[in-house]
Design a protein around this ligand. Sequence first.
Ligand code: DQA
Length: 145
Amino acid sequence: MKVLIINGPNLNLLGLREPTIYGTKNYAALVAFCENACREAGFGCEVFQSNHEGVIVDKIQAAYGVFDGIVINPAAYTHTSVAILDALKAVAIPAVEVHLSDVDAREPFRHVSYAGLACFTRFTGLGFEGYRQAVFALKERLNAG
Ligand code: DQA
């Protein structure tokens, strides 16, 4: 089983970016955390990051027939991108939404999630741990069938 973990814009600046909200660990630490979670779950994985909406759409399209599950933190595109929602629906690969911060406790515009409409569950406000929970939620879903 192979999982694709997608991170959207500005997540490459973890550590530098608003550390009181996103923490002090950098993006390389997140990648290592995700790879470790996938290893623990017995999954192969690729961790991908882009600041560009169309590149994320292309990546989701290319996942068809290659990956069994997707974990996605679309970052700011969560709240704006119908294109990412449509791509997730098009490939119909089981997907989980993740946010480091508790988006529902922040500004009202962060309460809307387009991508989340194509995801079977979400983990928010757990920091890196949300990615691990997402990987294990996928494992449960894929094992079920
Ligand atoms: C985020 C929350 C989004 O609202 C924000 O635009 C991000 C990161 C999170 O992981 O908490 O870039 O997705």
